[in-house]
Design a protein around this ligand. Structure first.
Ligand code: COA
Ligand code: MG
Length: 287
């Protein structure tokens, strides 16, 4: 992963004020939405508005992802055609992906844009491994609102009803080395709730979280960055392991815990992620 994906902000493609505001926001990536955040009567206008903004505004180095409508709607194909060769779009996000065939259909008209998949249906959860293995796929986005609707599950702060789906998609993404970001936290004024859900997603292994409001950016950016303590521990683990190796040992002991080669690999990953975030954050003016 060469870019951080700690904070992935949805912006309705129809909202000029939000599109304008986004040029100064510290999001690692933006999902410019043409699907659920845009009313049916606004679809065509939103497509045109978004095309213009992506041409005129320099959102890079934020990763610019356009969420198109599904190909089972009257707008999906026109959305894909409008952004397949648009220089301001880095990738297309396909909603409600049930199987790799849904990605095939979009890939056929998406130029050479990488694809992202909304993972938000029961069928999608069960086919996550095959979806993650699609050669055009770059990342997965959890769609926990749609999934909850289909499951008829209730919102719980511990997200127990979501765990099977979240876990299947995480395993699938990791097995293929894809990026995977967690679902949104709807109560955008509830900072403590968001912080707790970010921590849970981070602990599970998500790369970041999708967000609906700028007020959520700082919390996600902090939660998905390695902490100062983690960086310090990683550096000390690597040093301790190297010292043990120098003495012909394969295992080191640090702070009463063993350090083996896989811990060193994890530690190196933490340092690499911290470096990626540092470079990315400077680029979007968020240090
Ligand atoms: N991206 C960028 N800017 C945003 C934004 C977003 N997602 N949400 C709000 N803003 C901007 C507003 O335009 C406003 O800017 P201004 O100060 O220049 O006027 C500022 O942030 C404060 O917004 P606020 O008044 O607190 O919120 P709101 O009432 O305008 O909007 C929502 C609240 C939830 C409707 C809005 O945040 C939103 O549309 N979010 C995205 C929803 C979405 O995309 N859903 C689909 C995926 S789940
Ligand atoms: Mg959805």
């Amino acid at each position: 992963m060469t870019r951080p994906f700690r904070s992935v902000l949805y912006i309705p493609g129809s909202k000029e004020r939000a599109l304008e505001k986004a040029r100064d926001l510290a999001a690692d990536a933006i999902i410019f939405d043409l699907e659920d955040a845009v009313a049916p009567e606004e679809k065509a206008a939103a497509r045109a508005t978004l095309a213009r903004f992506l041409e005129e505004v320099e959102y890079a180095p934020r990763v610019r992802i356009v969420r198109i409508n599904g190909f089972d709607t009257e707008w999906g194909r026109a959305d894909a055609a409008a952004f397949a060769h648009h220089p301001g779009a880095d990738a297309l996000l396909v909603p409600k992906v049930n199987s790799p065939a849904d990605l095939d259909a979009v890939a056929a008209v998406a130029g050479d844009k990488p694809l992202w998949a909304m993972m938000e249906t029961a069928a999608g959860m069960l086919n996550a491994a095959a979806i993650a293995a699609h050669p055009r796929l770059e990342g997965m986005v959890m769609g926990t609102n749609d999934l909850g609707r289909e499951l008829n599950s209730r919102f719980r702060a511990d997200r127990l009803p979501m765990m099977a789906g979240l876990g299947l998609c995480l395993l699938a993404a990791k097995a293929q080395g894809r990026v995977i970001v967690d679902g949104v936290y709807n109560a955008f004024k509830d900072e403590a709730g968001l912080r707790a859900e970010c921590a849970q997603g981070r602990d599970m292994g998500f790369d970041g979280k999708t967000l609906i409001h700028p007020a959520q950016l700082e919390i996600a950016n902090a939660a998905f960055a390695p902490s100062a303590e983690e960086i310090d521990l990683a550096e000390r683990q690597i040093a301790a392991f190297n010292a043990a190796r120098g003495q012909g040992q394969g295992v080191a002991v640090l702070d009463g815990r063993i350090v083996e080669n896989m811990h060193v690999a994890t530690a190196q990953g933490i340092l690499a992620r911290a470096q990626t975030i540092k470079v990315g954050a400077i680029a979007v003016g968020a240090v």
